[in-house]
Design a binder for this molecule. Structure first.
Ligand code: PHB
Length: 564
């Protein structure tokens, strides 16, 4: 029976539903490749299989999950939750340039962590590419006792946090499962299992006292053999530690002492710069209302009881808090289009679960814990891994091969590809280069270049005539590229190879720049231009839209996710 949008959820139920949904997300975030069979998800979360299925259907509808055979896989779009936290807290922006400059100056990795419960959560990571590379990412959580920032943060802990910490590090009974006390094992150090070697847990209280006296803390291979780090605090107006800036090195280059001697003066200067930038921070305009309430309503009508409204609303409320200084209940209701009572229930559930807090008793803001919802593992995805599932989807729909490529000199270079299941597939692998001018992807990529650059490209090289159909005159090519820009797609009929037709559309980054092209190629005998235009183009456009949405979330703070 369809449940209407006005059906009120019981208050307790809404927290429980949201908690179950987020438990599924956390379990996937901790799994290799953020992927798990649904039956294993039920086991890992302790939820009924039917509940896991409903959560999965709801998250899939929201674009946060992909179903692949029996597996559920997190999508990069989910990073919009962590991006909301990082955009709302002025710290990530204030510390970005100073941290990067310090890493350049010292030629060592620099990171910024914020306190999160009894741990330190990374919000900035500026790694140096070295053989002994640091493995932590933005969003990872280090237990306080195993890192330099932890000793700085613990100085501000209340009795509750100390108690929580003591329980976590207490020797575990032999059969107890690993994972930190909050169930978060997404941090690399979480994998070690707290309590598994309690004797090795150094005396955090003593380290905290030392750190308070000296104004800095060191990590002498606490988190990983060979890794040494030194950290200093940045304090907020209230005198509490707002974040820690760390310099990280390896015992092959430094001892903890020599790193401290080298880095401390410059670390302190960096911390001062961050504190100044924070004080001068001017909040950006809040984003406009999402208007997704309507979409949530139709989802409920379409999926019926399978659509978990409390979960969808909770995530919608979470993303609407992407505002420095937070939002009041009234503002949240306005921004999401939810009724006040519904918005209040969502906010209260998110607060209970530790993702949201209030400032000045009436403004709701996001907490760093939001980053545990898949941010770190998803930020490891390359562009190829972001694009490939969408290509696979496209190929399933159109039964012809699909590819993504970038412009590389006068060529295009394939960066992702999924071949058709047809026996006579067009066979080109990732890394293949083809001249840009007689290919559909080349033409939409050229159409994305500035006019002067395009003119120079078209007159520079004499295009090779590859078939009797190949256009080679600069005027003709300028005209077809122009047409591709106007229509938003390019169709090439046997100009690269006799018997081969292809159609392409651009893939744009967050700023609307063309960064890649996606195409479908077919044998002219099986699929001509009309079929490509009428049957394939709409599917191709949808695939590009989905790649763009994932890419926008993945690349917001990580240019490494963009194709290169
Ligand atoms: C890091 O940035 O990877 C890092 C920072 C502080 C530590 C350990 C690792 O104590």
């Amino acid at each position: 029976m369809p449940v209407t949008a006005t059906t009120p959820a019981k208050p307790g139920e809404s927290v429980a539903t949201l908690e179950r949904g987020l438990a599924v997300v956390r379990a996937l975030a901790a799994a290799p490749a953020t992927r798990m069979r649904r039956s294993d998800l039920a086991r890992a979360t302790g939820l009924a299989r039917a509940t896991v299925d409903r959560v999965a259907r709801t998250l899939t509808h929201l674009g946060y999950l992909r179903a692949e055979e029996h597996d559920a896989v997190l999508t990069p779009l989910l990073m919009e939750l962590g991006n909301a936290y990082l955009a709302a807290d002025p710290l990530a922006d204030a510390a970005d340039v100073p941290a990067r400059s310090l890493a350049d100056e010292l030629d060592e990795s620099v990171s910024v962590c914020v306190p999160d419960g009894d741990g330190a959560r990374f919000v900035i990571q500026c790694p140096r590419r070295r053989a002994m590379a640091v493995t932590f990412h933005v969003g990872d959580l280090l237990p306080a006792e195993r890192c330099a920032p932890g000793a700085l943060f613990a100085a501000d802990w209340d009795e509750d946090t100390w108690r929580h910490w003591r329980e976590r590090v207490a020797p575990a009974p032999p059969s107890a499962p690993a994972g930190d006390a909050r169930g978060d094992s997404s941090g690399a150090a979480g994998r070690q299992g707290p309590g598994s070697d309690a004797a090795a847990v150094p005396d955090l209280a003593a380290r905290t006292e030392r750190a308070e006296r000296s104004g800095s803390a060191v990590d002498d291979q606490l988190v990983e053999p060979g890794l040494v780090a030194v950290a200093v605090p940045v304090r907020g107006d209230d005198g509490r530690v707002r974040c820690a800036v760390s310099v990280v090195s390896h015992t092959s280059r430094h001892t903890a002492d020599s790193l401290a001697d080298l880095a401390l003066p410059r670390l302190r200067a960096c911390a001062d710069t961050v504190a100044e930038a924070l004080a001068e921070h001017v909040p950006a305009e809040p984003p406009s209302p999402s208007g997704r309430a309507d979409a949530l309503r139709t989802a409920k009508e379409e999926l019926g009881a399978d659509f978990l409204q409390s979960l969808a609303r909770g995530l919608e409320v979470l993303t609407c808090l992407r505002v420095t200084g937070g939002r009041t209940l009234t503002e949240v209701a306005q921004a999401t289009g939810l009724a006040r009572a519904t918005a209040r229930r969502s906010l209260s559930a998110l607060t209970q679960l530790g993702y949201v807090t209030t400032v000045d008793d009436r403004r709701f803001t996001l907490l760093p814990r939001v980053l545990e919802l898949g941010y770190a593992p998803l930020s490891r995805l390359t562009f190829e891994r972001i694009a490939t599932p969408h290509l696979a989807d496209l190929v399933r729909r159109v039964h012809d091969s699909a590819s993504v490529s970038v412009l590389d000199g006068d060529d295009i270079r394939y960066v992702a590809r999924v071949a058709t299941t047809r026996v006579m597939g067009v066979d080109l692998g990732v890394g293949t280069r083809l001249p840009a001018h007689p290919t559909s992807m080349g033409r939409v990529l050229l159409a994305g270049r500035p006019p002067e650059e395009l003119a120079a490209r078209l007159t520079r090289a004499v295009p090779e005539r590859l078939t009797e159909h190949t256009r080679t005159s600069p005027e003709e090519l300028a005209a077809v590229v122009d047409e591709a820009r106007r229509s938003g797609y390019a169709l090439v009929d046997q100009e690269l190879e006799e018997g081969l037709c292809s159609i392409a559309v651009p893939v744009r980054d967050r700023d609307g720049r063309v960064v890649a092209a996606v195409n479908v190629a077919a044998h002219a005998a099986q699929r001509g231009s009309d079929s490509l235009r009428e049957e394939v183009l709409p599917e191709l456009r949808e695939a590009a839209r989905r790649i763009e949405a994932d890419l926008a979330a993945a690349s917001e703070r990580n240019p490494g996710a963009l194709p290169s």
